[in-house]
Design a protein around this ligand. Structure first.
Ligand code: SF4
Length: 342
């Protein structure tokens, strides 16, 4: 069900949904929908949309900027941080699209930058219903300093195939199918994600892939080897802008939520340590082994692709890549977007 706060009735988002003929229930401001992922609330509340992805100095950060218009996700991944971060299951959508457009234009005027919408939701999971790609993509097409990323575990790319791919990255988070089945409830299966990626590449979009979170389990080596074989046989390296990697990490309270909510998650039977930023991670030797293994599998097929680690310690960078990429700006400057001629 889509609920619209009265004071959001004139918003661009409401106009957008009206044009698409969506059925909407108007509600008083402050209304709280039943706490279900099936409910969407369009709110008139104000928000600052564009901001730096939260990071600590202890681990290397890529300097990504995020723009959160949607809070909440129809998918139900066992490891999703939103379960401990948001205090609601229903999906909140900020109606003030004019506000985000202004912030995107201001961001573009500051020089080159990377901007992604997938921090507090999946960027495309609701695209069939809300059609927000038709709002974001034409704006990003005009903003040549920005590389605008839509990040997903869905295969919802139909609308994208009618839009201009200029300045846009479509990124897919990947895991072996057995992990998708056990841990990424409601998401597209691996085959469909890869087919969607292929269609996007054929349409002219640049692609990215996120191996995040990489999960340790009995069949870890075989699982990731097969996944990468499938990826590199379906997708051409030339269409890939970058690949990110990170092992599963979480705030301590998340593991209790996972235990209470999901029956057979692989994540609850593992050993974790408390790391320097207070999050739980696999022990360092295991993280290093996992990242090294996945890098090796990728590099054996795609020698030239740009790979970075999301929030990993400089010593792991040194061990696997032979050097520390440095603080935010230094790591960010390594991305193809900054090396491309303007
Ligand atoms: S797709 Fe992302 S935002 Fe959605 S449930 Fe999974 S981890 Fe959370």
């Amino acid at each position: 069900m889509i609920y619209l706060e009265k004071s959001a009735a004139g918003s661009k988002m409401a106009e957008f949904l009206d044009k698409k003929g969506r059925s909407i229930i108007e509600v008083e401001d402050g209304f709280t929908p039943e706490n279900s992922k099936e409910n969407i609330l369009i709110t008139s509340q104000r928000n600052t949309f564009v901001h730096k992805c939260p990071a600590t100095k202890i681990y290397r950060c890529c300097g990504l900027n995020v723009a959160d218009v949607i809070e909440g996700c129809p998918f139900d991944c066992t490891y999703c941080i939103l379960q401990s971060y948001l205090n609601h299951e229903y999906i909140k959508v900020y109606g003030n699209l004019d506000g985000i457009e202004e912030e995107m234009r201001a961001f573009n005027s500051q020089g080159k930058g990377r901007l992604c919408t997938g921090e507090l939701s999946d960027s495309l999971a609701l695209d069939g219903m809300l059609g927000l790609s038709e709002f974001f993509v034409p704006i990003a097409n005009q903003l040549d300093n920005i590389q605008f990323e839509l990040k997903t575990k869905s295969a919802c790319v139909d609308r994208l195939l009618k839009l201009n791919p200029k300045n846009i990255i479509i990124s897919f988070s990947l895991n072996p199918q057995e992990i998708i089945t056990k841990e990424e409830h409601g998401t597209a299966n691996l085959k469909n994600r890869l087919n969607a990626a292929k269609m996007c590449a054929e349409h002219g979009y640049r692609l990215a892939f996120h191996f995040d979170p990489i999960i340790y389990y009995d069949n870890f080596e075989n699982g990731y080897r097969e996944l990468i074989k499938e990826l590199t046989s379906v997708i051409n390296q030339d269409s890939v802008e970058y690949i990110s990697m990170s092992t599963f990490r979480f705030m301590p309270e998340l593991i209790t939520i996972i235990r209470d909510k999901f029956d057979r998650s692989i994540l609850t039977g593992q050993e974790y340590i408390t790391s320097l930023d207070g999050k739980m991670r696999y022990p360092k030797h295991l993280r290093s082994h996992m990242l090294k293994t996945v890098v090796r599998f990728i590099k054996s097929d795609w020698k030239d692709v740009f790979i970075y680690f999301c929030m990993e310690h400089s010593s792991i960078w040194e061990k696997i890549f032979g050097g520390d990429p440095g603080e935010r700006d230094e790591l960010e400057a390594l991305f193809p977007h900054y090396r491309a001629k303007s």
